[in-house]
Design a binder for this molecule. Structure first.
Ligand code: COA
Length: 343
């Protein structure tokens, strides 16, 4: 669509503290069975901060890409939960990672990482060589875990990718569709200092409908059919939303990557968290057509279709990554010492 790019590094991070469905059942009238059946969620993570998780995920992406921080030309941080109203969290993340480039927060809630992918592609088309795109969320900051609707859904986490300009034609953004509908703001919102307020059934209904529309538009823009897509990575909100949308679109769950059961809804972090796992599982290959689709509060939504390049720093390593990760988990991963305020 513009110049090409590859994903030269991918990394993710989940904080240690697990909140299981049984844990939630101690403070509200619910059950593990109900939550699993109605959402597909088994547990979620809490703790840490947006900045801290972003730095850990970003450092892993740099390490896997074998890149020096000084080679990154721009940082985009998709987050709903920056530590401050001003400034954004991205300058602090850039500083902690040793980047000295431009840094910008993107606030499109659960669609933020997909929006960021389109923005990153535009920056590369303007001549930049490498853009780091991170989604990081401390959802526990705006979630009341005693509320039966929102309390069962949200969790913390971060995922990072490095997009590297590559004009070989192997990998590129094939098409995208971004959209918003502010008239639906009241169905899912959090006020300053407040927690999520949600009309669950209406969000459920709208999510299915906007995903169907957005995926259809992106496929049309790319001149592709449903069966041309090799791997689908949807925003992880509720398995029933994905299944219902797929029934309408004609997608199969077989080539859909999910991680919802272990993360819950991590908003802008959810898609890169799944991407990292999909790489570990060997689900990406050179030339694969990968479709990312997100939706969330705003409402906002977005779909991006890319052709995956055969960059050895991601693809060549995927068979070794499980082993590599096993070794890493035996090592103590240095977690930057940051307070809730990101300092
Ligand atoms: N545990 C047990 N029972 C629950 C419950 C819970 N956490 N929440 C609701 N219920 C009960 C209700 O009281 C109701 O009981 P009743 O039939 O006796 O009155 C029944 O389950 C159905 O309630 P309802 O609110 O219609 O449930 P639902 O099937 O719509 O599921 C959500 C609720 C929140 C899981 C679902 O609406 C949802 O996931 N919506 C989308 C939310 C979302 O994805 N937001 C983020 C978008 S990025």
């Amino acid at each position: 669509m513009t110049g090409g790019f590859c994903f030269s590094g991918v990394g993710s991070h989940l904080p240690d503290q697990v909140v299981s469905n049984d844990d939630l059942a101690k403070s509200m009238e619910t059950s593990d069975q109900w939550i699993r059946e109605r959402t597909g969620i088994g547990e979620r993570r809490v703790g840490s901060t947006t900045t801290e998780m972003a730095v850990v995920a970003g450092a892993k992406a740099l390490e896997r890409a074998g890149l020096d921080p000084s080679s990154i030309d721009h940082l985009l941080l998709a987050t709903t939960t920056p530590e401050y109203i001003a400034p954004g969290s991205s300058p602090v993340v850039a500083h902690k990672l040793g980047l000295d480039c431009g840094a910008l927060d993107i606030q499109a809630v659960c669609s933020g990482w997909v929006y960021g992918l389109v923005m990153a592609n535009g920056l590369l088309a303007q001549g930049l060589s490498r853009v780091m795109l991170i989604g990081s969320e401390m959802m526990d900051y705006i979630t009341d875990y005693s509320q039966r609707d929102t309390g069962i859904l949200f969790g913390n986490g971060a995922g990072a990718v490095i997009l590297e300009r590559n004009d070989s034609g192997e990998g590129e953004l094939l098409a995208f569709d971004l959209g918003s509908a502010g008239q639906y703001r009241s169905i899912l919102y959090a006020e300053h200092g407040g927690v999520w307020q949600m009309e669950g059934r209406e969000v459920f209904r709208q999510a299915i409908s906007v995903m169907q529309r957005s995926v259809g538009r992106a496929l049309d823009n790319a001149g592709l059919a449903v069966q041309d897509i090799d791997l689908i990575i949807p925003h992880q909100a509720n398995i029933r939303i994905v299944e219902a949308a797929w029934k309408r679109i004609g997608f199969s769950m077989d080539n859909t990557a999910m991680r919802l059961h272990e993360t819950g809804n991590t908003s802008a972090a959810s898609i890169p968290l799944v991407l990292d796992k999909a790489l570990d599982e060997g689900r990406l290959f050179a030339g694969a057509k990968v479709l990312f689709v997100g939706f969330g509060a705003g409402m906002t939504w977005g779909t991006v279709i890319v052709r995956w390049a055969g960059d050895p720093r991601t693809l060549g390593h995927q068979q070794n990554r499980s082993k590599h990760q096993q070794n890493r988990s035996n090592m103590k991963v240095e977690t930057p010492k940051l307070g809730r305020d990101g300092e």
